[in-house]
Design a protein around this ligand. Structure first.
Ligand code: SF4
Ligand code: SF4
Length: 348
């Protein structure tokens, strides 16, 4: 991986340069929240943010879109326009979330709708500092080595710019007078000091490595009923989680005109009817069963299949669930009396 240096006073020039290479999106502050919005220049963005409401999945699996048009004679696939979208300012946890989505939608059987959006997406990451809801250190997603095109680490007077793909290298080469390769020993020492101080800022730690066993042992525990009783079945946790990707498919038919469209829309395993099948049987009619599915999938089954949780520790469920059901409260309840002890052990 090649690394370059970008002086901070040239960062706005880099943004101008990027805005000529495609549709540019960056973190924009709206009241007290941030979201990735289309931008043209540096002044529109705020890089000092914790988390956007939605992650990058809105660019890859939009909440609702048409996949096909059909009539009595033919079916036509509808792919998005092949414009380049550049998303700037993405934190390491959200890049890890894209890596998880890539694995699900592109390994083995490729999803053509995801693939066409992914091929037109350039990811430019940006370093961040954690708040109390960030648990990415526990999920091992606080640092990112690949999955991006460029990644900018902000130091005192300049950025270290990591190149993660040929697209990223092309951008650096095209803007050659902005970047230098002159990385000194002092720069390296500053980077190490920055990483050390950042890693000491994490306040919340969860021992995820024990989670598959702990969930297995707690499978019939009353803990799930306590969370099930509180859950509002609103689906917000799935909407904001950058790795949640379940979708439903609906055909909308215009009977008189003998034609229609097929739509794909995000779904959530916490919503009623998610496990309803033809014939009217619902495998998970109550909230307890659905909450258990959500967390068993993320923190047990996914680790069993892929060796990592389907949680990147972004803290969105912690910030947005209206009744405080999230990875932290679920972990605390499952670990019960030994939670504090386990967290201490984990930090040693
Ligand atoms: S866990 Fe929280 S965010 Fe998720 S459906 Fe239940 S109430 Fe809504
Ligand atoms: S489960 Fe919560 S913390 Fe983990 S990735 Fe999803 S929203 Fe983020």
């Amino acid at each position: 991986m090649k690394t370059y240096k970008l002086p901070k006073d040239k960062f706005p020039n880099f943004i101008n340069f990027l805005s000529n290479k495609g549709n540019l999106y960056g973190p924009v502050k709206q009241k007290d929240q941030h979201s990735f919005e289309q931008v043209n220049e540096y002044s529109e963005m705020d890089f000092n943010y914790q988390r956007t409401i939605l992650g990058i999945k809105k660019f890859l699996t939009p909440p609702r879109y048409i996949t096909q048009k059909f009539d009595s004679e033919s079916v036509e696939d509808i792919f998005p326009q092949s414009e380049t979208n550049i998303v700037l300012g993405i934190h390491p946890c959200d890049i890890h979330a894209v890596k998880i989505l890539d694995k699900l939608f592109l390994d083995n059987i490729k999803d053509p709708y995801y693939e066409s959006r992914r091929n037109n997406l350039i990811l430019v990451g940006h370093s961040c500092l954690p708040d109390k809801n960030c648990i990415c250190q526990s999920t091992g997603t606080d640092i990112v080595e690949d999955g991006f095109d460029l990644f900018l680490t902000e130091l005192e007077n300049h950025y270290l710019v990591w190149v993660g793909s040929s697209k990223g290298l092309y951008l650096i080469a095209s803007a050659e007078n902005l970047f230098s390769e002159d990385i000194t020993k002092e720069d390296i020492a500053e980077y190490i000091r920055w990483q050390k101080s950042r890693s000491e800022m994490f306040e919340t730690s969860i021992p995820f490595k024990y989670m598959p066993d702990i969930i297995h042992l707690n499978y019939d525990s009353d803990v799930w009923d306590e969370f099930g009783d509180k859950c509002l079945s609103c689906g917000v946790c799935s909407l904001v989680c950058p790795t949640c990707n379940c979708f439903n498919v609906e055909d909308k038919i215009v009977m008189s005109a003998d034609k229609g469209v097929r739509e794909r829309m995000l779904d959530s395993c916490t919503l009623p009817g998610y496990s309803l099948v033809a014939g009217g049987h619902d495998f998970r009619p109550n909230r307890t069963q659905r909450i258990k599915l959500y967390y068993t999938h993320k923190l047990k089954e996914y680790i069993g299949k892929w060796g990592q949780p389907a949680c990147v520790g972004c803290g969105r469920c912690v910030s947005y669930c209206p009744v405080d059901i999230n990875v932290v409260t679920i972990s605390q309840a499952l670990f019960s009396d030994v939670y504090e002890e386990m967290v201490c052990d984990n930090n040693e």
